[in-house]
Design a binder for this molecule. Sequence first.
Ligand SMILES: NC(=O)c1ccc[n+]([C@@H]2O[C@H](COP(=O)([O-])OP(=O)(O)OC[C@H]3O[C@@H](n4cnc5c(N)ncnc54)[C@H](O)[C@@H]3O)[C@@H](O)[C@H]2O)c1
Ligand SMILES: N[C@H](C(=O)O)[C@H](O)COP(=O)(O)O
Length: 326
Amino acid sequence: MPARPRIALVPGEPAGIGPELCVRLAQRDWPVDLVAYADPGLLQDTATAFELPLELLDINAPSHAGALALAPFPLSKPVVMGRPDPDNARATINALLAAGQACIGGELQGMVTGPVHKANINAGGIAYTGTTELLADQAHTDVVMMLASPELRVALATTHLPLREVPEAITPALLERCIRITDRALRRQFGIGKPRIAVLGLNPHAGEDGLLGSEEKAVMIPVIERLRTQGFQLSDPLPADTAFLPRKLTHFDAVLAMYHDQGLPVLKFSGFERAVNITLGLPYPRVAVDHGTALELAGKGEADASSMAAAIELCAKIAARANEIP
Ligand SMILES: NC(=O)c1ccc[n+]([C@@H]2O[C@H](COP(=O)([O-])OP(=O)(O)OC[C@H]3O[C@@H](n4cnc5c(N)ncnc54)[C@H](O)[C@@H]3O)[C@@H](O)[C@H]2O)c1
Ligand SMILES: N[C@H](C(=O)O)[C@H](O)COP(=O)(O)O
């Protein structure tokens, strides 16, 4: 590993707030070298629009305040802020995949990503449900999406899936995989010795002893009981409506929610500007913002850069820790 970790900074949707966040955060000194995987013209135009200095350096150069190393990914069409263009979808995805490949190959030690507009990528003819899934496929590995704020960590058993498909997706194998990946990441990436995971039930009141749904008894409890015998610290399926009470959360290091909107509204309500999205299970740290493309704010200078700043900080911390923890 180089003396200073090198981390990709990928803006995501060019017509969203991602490029502005990258240019603003390039003004700071970081304990890592930042390598932008982006269209150089877009970054320079953004810097000019906000009257910020920006130097784009060779891909292997060290970055510093006001200067980013650059891996160029030219867009096909000029960017109109707030209006994603499907013709730019390919370059957006290629930048993410190239950064992922550089992380897998060891040239980079992690990746920070801005928000991607899922519908625009699909309108560009590329099947895409999220960057989590894209990078998992590329690395041929199972992953878990976790959103984390300073107060709360929420992992998801299922991610970008229509709600009607969720119950069938929650199989014993999936649940076991998610628990193992989450437990391992809490140890290795967050430095927690004996992680305690709160597992949320799928149904109201965690099924109310079978009255309101059978998945807890039929699928979840057997997996939880088996993994407990192997040393995992897991709750029984908890009713999701009260699992997030602050008093209850003190007993756990992370919450495993069964689906996207069971866990993320609580996390985003409690820590929208400070939370990040981390992909657990990849062979490198990938940390993203906790928000979307916010098209209505693009180009206006009103976007809050705190989540991307927190993403760079966490990615840098995990990259530095990678060599310390077996
Ligand atoms: N990390 C990601 O790639 C990611 C995350 C979430 C959503 N998305 C995508 O983004 C698109 C828009 O999604 P959405 O509208 O549901 O969510 P959004 O996060 O873009 O917007 C929700 C609200 O939060 C505000 N907001 C978001 N980020 C902000 C910031 N940094 N500073 C100030 N205000 C901010 C917006 O103005 C809006 O009012 C969708 O295509 C979605 O799939 C991507
Ligand atoms: N589920 C995330 C959220 O709501 O914040 C988001 O869509 C981003 O997911 P990817 O990192 O997989 O694109």
